[in-house]
Design a protein around this ligand. Sequence first.
Ligand code: BG6
Length: 484
Amino acid sequence: MTEPSATFILFGATGDLAHRMIFPSLYNLLADGLLPRDFLIIASGRSAFSDEEFRAEVDGALHKFLSADRYDPAFAQQLGAMICYEAVEAGNAEQFVNLGKRLDGRLDRSISVYLSTPPSLFAPTAQGLADAGLITPLTRIAMEKPIGKDLASSKQVNDAIDALVDESRIFRVDHYLGKETVQNLLALRFGNMLFEPLWNASAIDHVQITVGETVGLEGRSSYYDGVGALRDMVQNHMLQILSIIAMEPPARMDSTAVRDEKVKVLRSLRPMTAEMAKTNSVRGQYGPGAVQGQIVTGYADELGKPSDTETFVALKAHIDNWRWQGVPFYLRTGKRLPTRQSEILIQFKPVRHSIFGRNGDLDPNTLIIRLQPEEYIRLLIMTKRPGLEREVHLDEVTLDVSLTAAFAGQRRRIAYERLILDLLEGDPTLFVRRDEVEAQWAWIDSIIDSWKEANVKPAPYPSGNWGPSSAIALIERDGASWND
Ligand code: BG6
């Protein structure tokens, strides 16, 4: 059994993610009695704060980002007492030595380091820790996305971190893996006999994965512009969902078995070529429009200058292996879409032969797995319409399982709660292994190269629409439709 970490060093502690997600998650873990008694959080950022000042910052974040009924001043105070703050700038050796002084008596025990900084600081921060003698064989390092902006740069980051910490102790975060609904995909596929025999090219016509967002740039232009939807969402979250949907059954639920199967899928993605790019990919950028009744400006206006960055992408992907031969996977994601909606749709093939003659307008079965904001599983099936007609008429009805209702009494956890707990306990199953990240980038690079070669530019779409009309054509050309 790996020793749980009683020390958590957070770099980027003054940032948005730390305020919104990491501290509220630590609070929830503490409130549920899941943090060790002698837990110490060393928060670090570039700005100067005293311990007291920073504790007040955290308390403010908890007030803001926890629901009112969840915030309990007694727990907030307990968490505050576990926090100290140390200003550290990458490259400043003296500051790393000062940080080390906070670790008195803890260096021979497991320490979890969380890098929630811009990616350019991952390697220098880890190096600073190493130079100050703060990385031991018991140190784990977690890194937020993005790891690089293409395969070559992600290799550089991975090489730099790998040189200091063994791969088994590197925890690459993809927060979608911390979502209960994403983990539930494994339960659905491998905890039921019902689906697996049909989960292949002989019964499935195509798969759709949609991650729609209503938000725009949210003040993140310095990160987002030049990155775009393909790198921001497809490279990580969507490919992780795709790999879980498409993978072979792992032998057991452990980090090696699960990640071995996911990486095989990622490596089987057919690279995009310039010739394919025109029909199998769409880039879009939102213009002015209205989202859920609110008038909003376009991306370029928000940014203050014209840009070639896509805020929407739709792709037709192929997984070149035995199970999925000939089954397209349609992916789409974007900002300023009509609704916030993440879902997977499995479109089954029609029955081989209809016994119902011309009245049997048989719609093929559809399985819809809604990941957020609602959580449900819907299976569309054909049934007989009640009546005495001699000829049977069929109608489609829905088998509807609301997970929200089924587990109504249970608090939905922040994805980061699961991930931070797993990091502290040393279980990397829900973190992304180096070979996965690199297989993801290899495919994304093929798309970026194909766009360059075929000169594919983002097409405008009015905010509040499901991307440019070419995204509809991408799927309708094949006789299918997006589930809007
Ligand atoms: C992040 C992206 O990784 O995921 C954001 O950088 C995006 O652009 C976010 O908004 C979506 O996450 P969620 O959990 O709100 O679906």
